[in-house]
Ligand binder design. Structure first.
Ligand SMILES: Cc1ncc(COP(=O)(O)O)c(C=O)c1O
Length: 398
C-alpha cells in the first residue's frame, strides 16, 4: 500500500473512531462543564431551532457535540433565470452564507469538531491543507474565535488570486503557518508538531485535511435534512438532482446520507475536484453509510438506511488538469453567475460547469439544486506577509 493511501486510510480509521467516540455520552451539561468558554455552548433550544437534524431527532442533541458558528439554516434561491433558463429549473443552496465571518461548507463540519475539541479540553488545533485551503482558513478564523491556537500545515497548490487572499486571511486570523511542500510531508510534520505541542502543554486536537471525519460528516446530514424541510415548507421544489463538489468527500457523503434519512429520492451528483484519494465512489458510499449508521446508533428513532450505488454518481470529466488547475468551463461558469453569487475555480466553478451542462440537456420539468459550498463573507486579510515562512514568500514574489 502506498504511503498516501495508507495515510488516507488512517484518516478513515480516525474518522470512524471520532464518530464512534461521539456516541459515548456527549451530554449537554458535560459540554457546559468541560468547555473552557462555556458561554459558547448552545442551549437545547438553540440546538433544536438551528438544526433540522436535532429538531427531528431531539435525543441526538444529548449525544453529539455541537456549537453554533454562524447562520444555519441557510437560504435556498432560484438561480435558473440568472443564467437564461426557465425560471424555477435551477436552484442554489446558499451555504456560502453559513457564517457572516467566514462561511462555506467547512463551517458545518467545524461546528462539531470544535465542540469535540473543547469538550476534550484541547487548547490548540492542527490541520492540513493546500496553500490556499478554504478548510484551513475556516479553521483559522473559527478556531481563533473560539480561543484555540491554530496551526496550519500547508502544501503546494497552483497559485491564484484566491490562494493569495487566503494566505493573507490565515495571517489576519493569527494562525501559525508551517510550510510542508506536499501532502505526505504535511502529515509527517503534523505528527511531529502534535508531540511538540503536547510537550508545551498546549494539548492539540488534530483535524484531517478538508475537516472530513465520521463526526464532522454529521454537519451535512443536517444540511440535507434542512433542504428536506425547505421543500416541505414550499421554499423550493423537490430536486431530482443535487450537484456538489467532491474533494475529501465529507460534504457529499453527509448529503447522501441525510437525503436518504429524510426519505428524499434526490440523486446526488458529485463533481470530482481532486486528482487523489479519497474522491472515489466506494469511499463516498463508505463514509455515507458510516455516518448514517453512527446516527442510528446514537438514536434508534433514525431510520435504518442502506446507501446504494444508485443514490449518487461521481463525475470525473470536469477536473481538467488537476486540483486547483483552472478549466475554461469552470471559469466561464463562475462568470455566468457572477451577478448573483460569487464562486471560485477550484471547487464550485467546476461543479457549476457540470451542473449547467446537465441542465441544458434536460427538460424544464426536472429540478436541479446547485450546492454553493464557497464562502462569500468578506474576511479580514493581513496587509503584509509577516509571519509567512520564507519559502512561501519566495513563491509569492515569483
Ligand atoms: C469551496 C469548497 N467546496 C467544496 C469543497 C469540498 O468539500 P469536501 O472536502 O467535503 O469534499 C471544499 C473543500 O475544501 C471547498 O473549499
Amino acid at each position: 500500500m502506498s504511503r498516501r493511501v495508507f495515510l488516507a486510510t488512517g484518516g478513515i480509521v480516525l474518522g470512524v473512531l471520532a464518530a464512534g467516540s461521539g456516541g459515548v455520552g456527549y451530554m449537554l451539561h458535560k459540554l457546559n462543564r468541560i468547555g473552557r468558554r462555556s458561554n459558547d455552548f448552545p442551549t437545547t433550544e438553540d440546538m433544536l431551532s438551528r438544526s433540522a437534524l436535532f429538531r427531528s431527532y431531539p435525543d441526538l442533541a444529548r449525544h453529539i457535540p455541537w456549537i453554533s458558528l454562524g447562520d444555519i439554516p441557510t437560504p435556498v434561491e432560484e438561480l435558473g433565470s440568472a443564467v437564461g433558463m426557465t425560471k424555477g429549473k435551477l436552484w442554489v443552496k446558499r451555504d456560502d452564507l453559513t457564517s457572516p465571518v467566514y462561511g462555506g461548507n467547512k463551517v458545518r463540519k467545524l461546528e462539531y469538531l470544535l465542540a469535540d475539541a473543547a469538550l476534550r479540553g484541547r487548547k490548540s488545533l492542527i490541520t492540513i491543507g493546500g496553500l490556499g485551503s478554504n478548510h484551513a482558513l475556516a479553521t483559522a478564523v473559527h478556531g481563533y474565535q473560539k480561543g484555540f491556537e491554530v496551526h496550519l500545515c500547508l502544501f503546494d497548490q497552483p497559485f491564484s488570486k484566491y490562494v493569495r487572499r487566503n494566505l493573507a486571511g490565515f495571517l489576519a486570523a493569527g494562525a501559525k503557518i508551517h510550510y510542508c511542500y506536499n501532502l505526505k510531508e504535511a502529515y509527517k510534520y503534523a505528527r511531529k508538531l502534535f508531540k511538540d505541542l503536547q510537550k508545551q502543554d498546549k494539548s492539540p486536537y488534530f483535524i484531517l485535511s478538508g475537516g472530513t471525519c465520521g463526526l464532522s460528516n454529521v454537519g451535512h446530514v443536517n444540511a440535507a435534512m434542512e433542504v428536506a424541510r425547505q421543500v416541505k415548507d414550499g421554499l423550493l421544489p423537490a430536486p431530482e438532482k443535487l450537484f456538489v463538489a467532491a474533494g475529501t468527500c465529507g460534504t457529499i457523503s453527509g448529503l447522501i446520507a441525510g437525503l436518504k434519512i429524510a426519505g428524499m429520492s434526490t440523486r446526488v451528483v458529485g463533481v470530482k475536484v481532486v486528482d487523489s484519494f479519497p474522491a472515489y465512489p466506494y469511499i463516498i458510499r463508505y463514509y455515507a453509510q458510516k455516518v448514517a449508521d453512527y446516527l442510528r446508533k446514537s438514536d434508534r428513532n433514525i431510520p435504518k438506511v442502506k446507501i446504494e450505488k444508485s443514490d449518487f454518481e461521481l463525475l470525473t470529466e470536469y477536473l481538467g488538469g488537476g486540483y486547483g488547475v483552472i478549466t475554461d468551463e469552470g471559469k466561464s461558469a463562475v462568470n455566468r453567475v457572477s451577478e448573483k453569487i460569487s464562486l471560485e475555480t477550484t471547487y464550485t466553478g467546476k461543479t457549476l460547469a457540470a451542473c449547467l451542462d446537465y441542465c441544458e440537456k434536460t427538460s424544464a420539468e426536472e429540478k436541479i439544486l446547485f450546492w454553493n459550498s464557497y464562502n462569500s463573507a468578506e474576511f479580514e486579510q493581513s496587509l503584509n506577509y509577516d509571519g509567512l515562512p520564507e519559502e512561501i514568500i519566495q513563491k509569492l514574489s515569483l
